[in-house]
Design a protein around this ligand. Structure first.
Ligand SMILES: Nc1ncnc2c1ncn2[C@@H]1O[C@H](COP(=O)(O)OP(=O)(O)O)[C@@H](O)[C@H]1O
Ligand SMILES: [Mg+2]
Length: 220
C-alpha cells in the first residue's frame, strides 16, 4: 500500500526540503516508485525535482482543500507508488494540517538551535492533536539536521527532546556541503552527505517505519 510521508516543521529553514529530497532520492535508487508534492509557495522542492536528475514524479499543489483529494488520486495510480512525500511551508497553516492528516508518518526536521527545537516541539504537539481529532495514530519523529555531532549545543538540544519525550531519530544529517549542492544538481546527495542521509534512512528502516523496506519489494 502507498505510504504517505509528510515533512512538517512550523519554523522555516529547519531542513524540510533538504531532508525530503535526500530521502526521496535515495529511496528511488533503492527501486521505490516515488512522487513528491510541493505545497510550499517558495517551490524549492519543485525546483529540485524539475531538474529531472532522479526518476521520481512531482507536482505542486497550492490549494489546501485539494491536497487530500490529490493524495487519494495518487494512491490509485497504476503502477502504484510506494511512497508519496509531501513538503510544507515553514509556518503553521491549513496546508500543514492537511499534510499531517494525509500522512502515516511525519518527519520533523530541526537544526541544533533553540528556535528550531521550539518549532519542532510545537509541531509535534500539533501532530498529536490532529491524531487525537482523527482518532488514529500518526507516528512523528524529529530528525536533527545540519548538525556538528559531538558539540555541546547538539547534545543540549537532543537531551531537551529526550527529556520532553519528543521522539527523535538517533541518526542525524550532519552539516555537509553535499546537502547544499543538491539544490543546484537536482540529484541525490553525494559524498559524505550521502553517507549521512543513508544513516537517517537506515534508522527509519530499522524502526520499521518505511513500508517499502518491509513489503518484500526491496531490494530490487
Ligand atoms: N545537513 C545539512 N548540511 C548543510 N546544510 C544544510 C543541511 N540541512 C539543511 N541545510 C541548509 O539549510 C538551509 C535550509 O534548509 P531547507 O531544507 O531549505 O529548509 P526548509 O525547507 O525547512 O525551509 C538550506 O540552505 C540548506 O542547504
Ligand atoms: Mg523548504
Amino acid at each position: 500500500m502507498t505510504q504517505v510521508i509528510s515533512v512538517v516543521q512550523e519554523k522555516g529553514g529547519a531542513g524540510k526540503t533538504t531532508l525530503l529530497t535526500a530521502i526521496a532520492s535515495l529511496m528511488v535508487e533503492d527501486g521505490a516508485k516515488v512522487v513528491v508534492i510541493d505545497t510550499d509557495p517558495q517551490r524549492h522542492l519543485e525546483a529540485w525535482a524539475k531538474k529531472d536528475q532522479t526518476s521520481l514524479d512531482w507536482l505542486y499543489e497550492e490549494n489546501d482543500e485539494k491536497l487530500i483529494p490529490t493524495v487519494k488520486a495518487l494512491k490509485n495510480n497504476e503502477p502504484a507508488y510506494d511512497v508519496i512525500f509531501i513538503d510544507t511551508a515553514g509556518f503553521k497553516s491549513a496546508m500543514a494540517m492537511h499534510a499531517i492528516a494525509a500522512a502515516n508518518l511525519i518527519l520533523i526536521p530541526s537544526k541544533a538551535n533553540e528556535a528550531d527545537a521550539k518549532g519542532a516541539k510545537r509541531t509535534f504537539s500539533h501532530v498529536q492533536s490532529v491524531a487525537e481529532t482523527m482518532e488514529r495514530d500518526i507516528p512523528a519523529l524529529v530528525v536533527m539536521m545540519d548538525v556538528d555531532t559531538h558539540t555541546n549545543i547538539t547534545q543540549a538540544i537532543t537531551d531537551a527532546f529526550d527529556v520532553q519525550s519528543v521522539p527523535r531519530l538517533d541518526a542525524m544529517c550532519a552539516h555537509r556541503t553535499g546537502f547544499k549542492e543538491m539544490t543546484s544538481t537536482g540529484k541525490a546527495p553525494q559524498g559524505s552527505a550521502r553517507m549521512s542521509a543513508k544513516s537517517v534512512l537506515a534508522d527509519l528502516q530499522g524502526r520499521g517505519l518505511v513500508n517499502f523496506y518491509r513489503s518484500g519489494s526491496w531490494p530490487k
